[in-house]
Design a protein around this ligand. Structure first.
Ligand SMILES: Cc1cc2nc3c(=O)[nH]c(=O)nc-3n(C[C@H](O)[C@H](O)[C@H](O)COP(=O)(O)OP(=O)(O)OC[C@H]3O[C@@H](n4cnc5c(N)ncnc54)[C@H](O)[C@@H]3O)c2cc1C
Length: 539
């Protein structure tokens, strides 16, 4: 931990609103809302704080999501589990896959009971395999409120509170619309702040800057599978919609109109990335016939918004595309889970959704949808219940102090610019030749620059109160990319989405997990796969 004294005031000169509760949930996407609901149903008092407006913020609220929903038929379940094991590099854990399928089945039926308008097939059966983000999250907000949870909207958490024993004891944040601060003392905290997409403008992800990772790391939390963090999605070069399904009907071309070889095939993203390193790449959805075009517009209306706005007909005209980094949002790295209740390595701190690792059900690859949504609702339910049980078992609140470090101090004259730091981090995290196609020399070069940046900012502060949120976000992204690249260096093979040009093959001796952590000194370690969480289910 840094030299910053925890008793030093960090948000001086501004008022606080203080709360005392059993469970504090940070983040109000699907993982956070399921956690809040589940904790409240366990009899705990719950507060949920979101950076944006809970119900509209985060990666799910902006999109439609496929859900890994499979009927409890043994053959279907077996096929669902076996189907993606090779893609994930055989790092999944069958026991966790089975329990996520069970929990997703139960939760999806609850969503149906609550009145979500699932489509019905011609035989009259409800189709529970996808959810429209806006409707789903509006319903989740309603259920959370009905369960008695207090919601703090537009209230990003900045740092955690810690007690003398090192257990989490709440958090501190700001209320952006009221220009003041909140402090919640809690007996347990669920970290559900989503993943880190590095402000790449990918759909719904600009609130996802890895804040929860930084806060947890300041209490010594461990991370795992952070090398599987280089998900890139196709998007129009001038837009943010990263829904990629419809590109299955596209032809990709270079500037001169010639076809990019391999771009339209399975794994075509690598061909697009290589082509983008040489110059612009264009797409045209010319493989869709008239009825398919109609179905595409009906099923994914927001996909077409950027084209409609700019007067382009994507079926008959080509348009420039790019690959936007989605980092850990559609990657699988995150906080390490230590038991079936989604506890982390910090006492009292639980993790859910993209803030947590998804290695247990996805291994090293998530790719096209479904698993993340299933994980968010399942891990959210377990983390909420686990946090409630922990809180209700704990005695009265103990003395606590602030655990935050970088970017929080008022240090006029010793402040860093969040915008400059963000740009510097993006220059290391975005390039395809560092992050998409990896090699030791390029990763090491990047890490040298990133470590130097960390040394510069870790002892600096925010210029003033208004800059604190952005300062923390930029520092969180810097910390995240350092865990990613240290882990990427430690995995000397290609597996899942982690591609090493200097080690192009999967090496069966490396069928293990890589754990990482630390802020000033980032460390990595390997864990055998058999170590994956073995405690009894806390349903
Ligand atoms: C374009 C796109 C399409 C996708 N499609 C699919 C799909 O089809 N199927 C699928 O399974 N998955 C899909 N995913 C992934 C899926 O959206 C995520 O896995 C899911 O949203 C994770 O839920 P979450 O609650 O963990 O995070 P999010 O939904 O991202 O929510 C995180 C919440 O935390 C809040 N937050 C962040 N920082 C703070 C802070 N400091 N303090 C307080 N609150 C904070 C945010 O405001 C946000 O509300 C898609 C992702 C993208 C980007």
């Amino acid at each position: 931990m840094n030299s910053y004294s925890r008793s030093e005031p960090t948000l001086s000169g501004a008022g606080y609103v203080e709360f005392d509760t059993d469970v504090l949930v940070l983040g109000g996407g699907p993982a956070g809302t399921w956690a809040a609901l589940s904790a409240a149903e366990r009899g705990a008092r719950v507060i949920l704080a979101d950076k944006g407006f809970c119900g509209t913020s985060g990666a799910t609220a902006a999109a439609g999501t496929g859900v890994w929903f499979v009927d409890p038929d043994a053959a279907k379940r077996e096929a669902a589990m076996a189907g993606r094991e090779a893609m994930g590099g055989y790092l999944q854990d069958r026991r966790w896959m089975a329990r996520v399928l069970d929990r997703t089945y139960r939760n999806s039926h609850r969503i149906a009971e609550w009145g979500y308008p699932y489509p019905v097939d011609t035989a009259g059966n409800r189709q529970l395999t996808s959810l429209q983000g806006p409707e789903y999250m509006r319903l989740m907000r309603k259920r959370v409120k009905q369960a008695g949870v207090s919601i703090l909207d537009h209230s990003p958490a900045l740092e955690l509170l810690v007690d003398e024993a090192g257990a989490v004891a709440g958090a501190v944040g700001i209320r952006r619309q009221r220009q003041d601060n909140w402090l919640v003392r809690a007996r347990a905290v669920v970290m559900a702040t989503g993943g880190c997409a590095f402000l790449s403008k990918t759909l719904g992800s600009n609130v996802l800057t890895g804040d929860g990772y930084l806060m947890a790391a300041e209490l010594g939390a461990e991370f795992t599978s952070m090398e599987f963090s280089n998900a890139y999605a196709i998007s129009p070069a001038y837009g943010t919609v990263t829904k990629t399904l419809l590109y299955g009907w596209a032809t990709f071309t270079y500037e001169d109109g010639s076809v990019v070889p391999g771009a339209a095939s399975k794994g075509g993203r690598s061909a697009i990335a290589r082509a983008l390193m040489q110059g612009p790449v264009y797409a045209q959805l010319d493989k869709a016939d008239a009825s398919t075009r109609e179905a595409m517009r009906a099923s994914q209306p927001n996909f077409f918004l950027p084209y409609d706005r700019t007067g382009i007909d994507p079926f008959t005209q080509r348009f420039p595309v790019t690959l936007r980094l989605e980092g850990t949002v559609r990657g699988t790295g995150g906080l390490k889970i230590t038991d079936d209740s989604c506890a982390t390595s910090v006492t009292g701190l639980y993790a859910a959704g993209d803030a947590a690792t998804r290695e247990l059900i996805c291994g090293g690859f998530t790719g096209g949808g479904s698993h993340n949504a299933a994980w968010a609702m399942s891990s959210g339910s377990w983390a909420g219940a686990g946090a409630a049980d922990h809180a209700l078992r704990s005695g009265s609140q103990r003395t606590s102090s602030r655990a935050g470090t970088v970017g929080l101090r008022d240090r006029p004259g010793r402040a860093f610019s969040p915008a400059v730091l963000t740009k510097a981090v993006q220059e290391e995290a975005f390039p395809y030749d560092i992050n998409y196609f990896r090699a030791a020399d390029r990763l090491l070069g990047s890490l040298q620059r990133l470590d130097a940046l960390w040394r510069e900012v870790s002892d600096a502060g925010a210029a003033d109160r208004a800059a604190i949120l952005r300062a923390r976000e930029s520092a969180a992204m810097l910390a995240t990319v350092r865990w990613m690249y240290r882990s990427a260096l430690a995995r000397t093979e290609s597996r899942g989405m982690h591609r090493r040009e200097d080690f192009p093959r999967q090496d069966e001796r490396q069928r293990h997990y890589i754990t990482t952590g630390g802020l000033d000194d980032v460390w990595t370690a390997t864990r055998p796969k058999a170590d994956a969480v073995v405690s009894e289910a806390a349903e």
